[in-house]
Write a new protein. Structure first.
Lengths: 223, 175
């Protein structure tokens, strides 16, 4: 059995729910039109088609489109070498799909990660807690409307977050420079570069607030 | 014939009196037995292990006693990326270390957040604990860590000890 044949069997079993399989380098992808049926489809794939390994569950944020979320289940049969991906869309109002934890126990952490990063819930998951961020963190950081620099949050005694400066420092390229040299962050001279000076002054201010003294890294007085 | 040598204190050779200040003597003790607390959080910790191993040999500087209990450590070496999830644990361990204590921020991540400009990473451990020495590098070479240690020893040797003791402070308050 090849991956495409396995996907065709899925289609034969579920009919209009499953799209025609797309093949890419020997692997097959199908789209499931009703996310509510994901557990049934997965149960059939495991029991009858021998997909005994759930590689991953990934989630997409189609920000601005409806439905907003896409979930992709990566299924592999370790005995038959088949790989099938099942895509399914979930609307933002719903943000809920049935858990596949009872089919593959490994789904436990995959689903927790999707919940942590995207805020999609899984019906029937016994322990849907955050897995990377801490309990009580108020945002879902992989959503498209969440800035890379983060947002401020405070959970006394557990954790806090601050907005990250996205300019200055030796690791951030200067956008819009005319040459590779002018964009290169490592050749900027801290004492004369206004971007550097500003970011250092900013740091010193924060250190002053935290410790009561302005002793931060590097000199900025020299000209 | 076997050469005779006296083991132990020889008053003929070592009987001379060394004159110094209490501060200098105490600092000399302190700086030559800085016990590090390895706060290994990422790849910098691998380099930190190299510093402790035979090729670079941190024990040449009296710092080979890596303590995994903060209560027995003098110097916290923050080696790696401090995430916000870890930040308050680092702070808590720092608070558990007895005075006098020092901190070395090892590498770009511990010093400034490094290349991790993101929602999850604290942008420099100096935002939660006071740092004495910053080491650049990603990760720094072991020699750089030893250099930082030597700089820290210089710093320790210049710190006033007696003035900062609680007992002298109490006396001052009484006066």
């Amino acid at each position: 059995m090849t991956s495409v044949e396995a996907a065709k069997k899925l289609k034969a079993k579920f009919g209009d729910l499953i799209s025609e399989p797309l093949e890419f380098r020997g692997e097959a992808s199908v789209t499931l039109t009703d996310a509510e049926k994901i557990a049934e489809v997965c149960l059939y794939a495991k029991n009858d088609l021998d997909f005994n390994y759930l590689v991953d569950i990934s989630s997409l944020d189609n920000y601005g489109d409806d439905p907003r979320w896409t979930l992709i289940y990566h299924l592999r049969g370790l005995n038959n070498g088949c790989e099938v991906r099942i895509r399914t869309d979930v609307s933002e109002e719903k943000s809920k799909v049935p858990s596949v934890l009872s089919i593959w126990t490994t789904a436990n952490w995959h689903e927790r990660e999707v919940y942590d990063m995207m805020g999609i819930h899984f019906k029937g998951h016994p322990d849907l807690r955050r897995i990377l961020m801490w309990e009580g963190y108020p945002y879902f950081p992989l959503r498209k409307d969440f800035p890379l620099a983060g947002k401020e949050s405070e959970l006394p005694g557990i954790a806090f977050t601050r907005i990250t400066p996205m300019e200055g420092g030796p690791f951030v390229t200067v956008a819009g420079g005319n040459s590779a040299q002018s964009r290169e962050p490592r050749i900027r001279i801290p004492e004369t570069d206004s971007l550097e000076t500003m970011s250092r002054l900013e740091r010193r201010k924060e250190i002053q607030e935290a410790h009561g003294h302005p002793k931060g890294p590097g000199p900025i007085e020299k000209k | 014939m076997q050469a005779q040598s006296e083991i132990g204190y020889n008053s003929k050779i070592e009987g001379d009196v060394v004159v110094t200040t209490v501060d200098a003597a105490l600092n000399w003790f302190r700086k030559n037995s800085v016990w590090p607390m390895p706060m290994g959080l990422a790849c910098c910790a691998i380099e930190l292990m190299a510093v402790g191993a035979s090729r670079f040999d941190i024990s040449r500087f009296g710092s080979e006693v890596m303590r995994f209990s903060p209560r027995q450590a003098d110097c916290m070496i923050v080696a790696g990326t401090v995430t916000y999830k870890m930040a308050l644990s680092v702070k808590r361990i720092w608070d558990q270390m007895p005075e006098p204590k020092w901190c070395i921020a090892m590498g770009a991540c511990a010093s400034t957040g490094g290349m991790y400009r993101s929602y999850a990473v604290l942008q420099g451990v100096d935002r939660i604990i006071p740092v004495d020495i910053y080491i650049s590098g990603c990760p720094p070479r072991p020699e750089a860590v030893l250099d930082a240690l030597m700089k820290l020893q210089d710093k320790i040797s210049k710190q006033p000890v007696i003035e900062n003791l609680t007992i002298t402070n109490l006396k001052k308050e009484a006066v």
